[in-house]
Each structure stands twice: as structure tokens, then as C-alpha cells.
Design a protein around this ligand. Structure first.
Ligand code: GLN
Length: 241
């Protein structure tokens, strides 16, 4: 049942066409913040229009994009991304990207919210999924690692910033030694693996948006959900009052 927002509430949508939207809902429901969070499972333009911010879950980016097109949501989502905070997790991160490699035949529609080029399934297939403890800048209790769950995760291949784009703030990188044993980071140039290699980026912010190539909603740790609401969403509401 959809909740009705009252003045001062924050309304967060979760794109609920396919994938791990229910898990994001559970995480948001558990947060205890000063503001009440109203959650909208977004399936129509009308749902989206009610939201102050949006989460795009993991799942299958091609399917999510196809269902969004069928629901008449692609245009409204592209408009939403221009003005409101969006967090993409895994498949959601792919949709938020500007460009991808490894799209299925027929291509992949993107929302072009973050100036990066990503590779779908960049660390391999389902059987090569893995977990790794991550250091994340700015999370509550940030000395405690966040367990990153990587399931056919995208890999950031490059940043494609133009002079007009807001800067990208990398908030977490995976250390190459924590990748599965069959995933050695082949250096992109003759030097040894560069610690600033874009492929080590697993969480970043640009402008209003947040992107994680892994699945915080599949853990019991609510710190990323708290981070999105506190750092990305609430500041935009304060400035619009
Ligand atoms: N590889 C999937 C895709 O391309 C994403 C996987 C995920 O969200 N766990 O959409």
C-alpha cells in the first residue's frame, strides 16, 4: 500500500519494474532518521512525479530499460535524472551511465546521468560473482568496512567528463588484491596496475547522483541507504524550501 506524504516528509521512489526493488524497500523502511521517508514503488509516470529522489535497483539493465520504454517511463526518467537525485545499484548503475560496452544485440538505452563508460558483466558471469570488504569515504562509522556484493557487476572503464560536467567524487575503490583470483587487472598501459585505474572504482558521486556497482540492498548494513538519503537527497530538499 502506498503511503501518503505529509509536509516535511521525503518521498523516495524505487524503480520497481524488475530486479531487487523489494530489498531496497526493506532497507529504506529500516532507516531511522529525523524525517519520515515515504516510499513509492515506481511503475508509472505518475508514481515518478511524486518522488523527491529515485533508486534504480540491480537486476537486468536491458530488461529494466525495455520495461521502462513499454511503461512510457524512459523520457520521464531522463528528465528526472536532470534535476533530482538518483542512486543506481549494479544494473541501475549501468542505466545511469553515459555509455556502455557489451550491450546486448539491439543496444541498451541509458539515462546518461553520470559521465562514465562502463562494461556490463565486466568481472565475468554469475559464477564469478564475489564479495569484498570496501572502505567507503563518508559512510557512518567509516572505519568499519562495507561488505560489497558483486553479482555480474559492471566495471567502470573510463570517466568521460566534459568541462561543463560536475566533478566526479570517487568514494570507494576495490583493491585489486580482493578481486576473484581469475580477475587480474591487466594493466591498461605498461606501468604496473595504477591505483587510480578507473576499473577499481566501485562507488562514486557526480552532481546529485550516487552510483554503486555492487548491491548494498543485499546486505544487512543500512549505511549506504542512510548515506543516500542524508548526503544526496536531504540537501536538495533543504535548498528548495
Ligand atoms: N549484469 C547485469 C546487467 O547488465 C547487472 C547485474 C546486477 O544488477 N546484479 O544488467
Amino acid at each position: 500500500m502506498q503511503q501518503t506524504p505529509a509536509r516535511g516528509d521525503v518521498t523516495i521512489g524505487i524503480l520497481a519494474l524488475q530486479g531487487a526493488f523489494a530489498e531496497h524497500q526493506v532497507m529504506l523502511q529500516k532507516l531511522s532518521l529525523r524525517k519520515r521517508i515515504v516510499i513509492v514503488l515506481v511503475r508509472t509516470q505518475e508514481d515518478l512525479a511524486r518522488c523527491d529522489a529515485l533508486i534504480i535497483p540491480g537486476g537486468e539493465s536491458t530488461t529494466i530499460a525495455l520495461l521502462a520504454r513499454l511503461a512510457g517511463l524512459l523520457g520521464p526518467l531522463r528528465d528526472f535524472v536532470k534535476t533530482k537525485p538518483v542512486w543506481g545499484t549494479c544494473a541501475g548503475a549501468i542505466l545511469l551511465a553515459q555509455a556502455i560496452e557489451g550491450a546486448k544485440k539491439g543496444g541498451q538505452e541509458l539515462l546518461n546521468g553520470i559521465s562514465i563508460n562502463v562494461a556490463r558483466n565486466g568481472w565475468g558471469s554469475q559464477v564469478e560473482s564475489f564479495e569484498a570488504p570496501l572502505e567507503v569515504e563518508g559512510l557512518r562509522d567509516s572505519n568499519r568496512p562495507f561488505q560489497g556484493v558483486f553479482i555480474r557487476a559492471p566495471v567502470v572503464l573510463s570517466l568521460c567528463l566534459t568541462a561543463d560536467d560536475p566533478p566526479i567524487q570517487v568514494i570507494s575503490r576495490i583493491s585489486a588484491g580482493l578481486l576473484p583470483s581469475n580477475q587480474t587487472l591487466v594493466p591498461m598501459d605498461e606501468d604496473d596496475t595504477d591505483p587510480r585505474d578507473p576499473r577499481t572504482i566501485v562507488a562514486l558521486r557526480q552532481g546529485l547522483h550516487l552510483l554503486t556497482t555492487f548491491h548494498p540492498e543485499l546486505t544487512k548494513d543500512d549505511r549506504f541507504h542512510e548515506y543516500f538519503v542524508k548526503e544526496c537527497v536531504l540537501p536538495t530538499l533543504a535548498s528548495s524550501i
